[in-house]
Design a protein around this ligand. Structure first.
Ligand SMILES: [Zn+2]
Length: 344
């Protein structure tokens, strides 16, 4: 599956000889990973049609079932599945060759040196089917330093017939030495009209425009936002945020402590919107909360808002497993309440 807005990019990539390593980078939610998979399947397909996978040959069938012997993908485990399967990973059950997905997943959150070594060893073998060997690392910035260094050797002396595809949402977090050894391909946001048309076909009919704005223009991110349960949690949080500092901060932090990452995202967007109201007279993300952010913009101090925004952005780095999520949320909310209520 190649998203419609990435079709031209795919054709462009296939129209020239491929290098040994491609780095697909751009914002999250624009279909980079799907593009990487399409590229891989297109190369492995045994009867491609105009550079695209046929979808019906043996190779395509294996690929679609996650069984192609000349393909590997490495991803960090998601937090939920990692928590469930930590025990399994520790006993080595995940490392058996029969893993149906053929993906190299390890218990740790980052992509580890072991996972990368498995990939580089795989790329060093000869092809089972006499064609390409392809590996996808997604997201590449999840490689820790040791893993990235292990990958460098392969990037410096790539075996013949190999394509390594790195997918990155945050290219700034990759080692410059890794970046410089890949062909960089930017996958950008689709234009709004196109994204909305696609969302409509994907069944997102209500508030698609508002959601797309909240997602920063990334259509795939909208699908998560449109989830009804998540929508109502977000709405409830923003309602309370708009009423701060009267609301009980401790209570609010307690109810949302299991969603630190999401709250962080909402708060960051909210502060961005408030600043944007102040500077440009309109919000960027929460279009349906324009009145609230405009009101906060009127009463808060610009410098303090900017400082808070910077602190929040930096906090994003160590967010994955806060030791005390409730305290962390509380500290943000208290800070925010002070700023938003400063001149009341
Ligand atoms: Zn095929």
């Amino acid at each position: 599956l190649i998203h419609p807005w990435n079709q031209a990019l795919y054709a462009q990539l296939r129209s020239t000889p491929l290098p040994h390593a491609v780095l697909l980078h751009g914002p999250a939610g624009v279909g980079k990973f799907e593009l990487a998979l399409a590229l891989a399947q297109g190369l492995l397909c045994e009867a491609p049609i105009e550079g695209q996978a046929c979808g019906t040959c043996d190779a395509c069938n294996w690929f679609q079932q996650g069984n192609h012997p000349d393909f590997r993908r490495v991803e960090p485990e998601s937090r939920d599945s990692a928590d469930k399967s930590d025990e399994k990973a520790e006993t080595g059950a995940e490392t058996k060759g029969e893993s149906p997905t053929r993906s190299v997943k390890r218990g740790g959150r980052p992509i580890t040196i072991e996972a990368v070594r498995e990939i580089t060893a795989f790329l060093g073998f000869s092809s089972h089917r006499g064609g390409w060997r392809v590996a996808v690392i997604h997201p590449a910035e999840y490689m820790n330093t040791a893993a990235a260094n292990a990958l460098l050797k392969t990037l410096e002396e790539p075996p013949a017939g190999v394509l390594l595809i790195l997918v990155s949402h945050q290219i700034g977090r990759l080692l410059p030495t890794v970046i410089s050894r890949c062909r960089k391909v930017h996958v950008g946001l689709p234009e709004t009209g196109r994204a909305l048309a696609w969302l409509n076909e994907a069944g997102v009919e209500n508030h698609a425009e508002t959601l797309l704005a909240e997602a920063g223009g990334a259509p795939l991110a909208v699908l998560a936002l449109a989830d009804p349960e998540r929508s109502s949690l977000r709405a409830a949080f923003l309602d309370q945020l708009a009423r701060l500092p009267q609301e009980d901060i401790c209570q609010l932090a307690q109810s949302y402590q299991s969603m630190t990452g999401e709250v962080h995202g909402w708060l960051l967007r909210w502060v961005h919107d408030t600043l944007s109201q102040r500077l440009a007279g309109k919000p960027r993300y929460f279009l349906d909360r324009a009145d609230d952010t405009a009101r906060v913009a009127r009463v808060s101090d610009l410098t303090e808002l900017l400082t808070f925004q910077r602190e929040l952005s930096q906090a994003g780095r160590w967010l994955r497993h806060p030791l005390q999520p409730q305290l962390l949320l509380e500290s943000w909310l208290i800070r925010y309440a002070q700023i938003a209520g400063a001149r009341k």
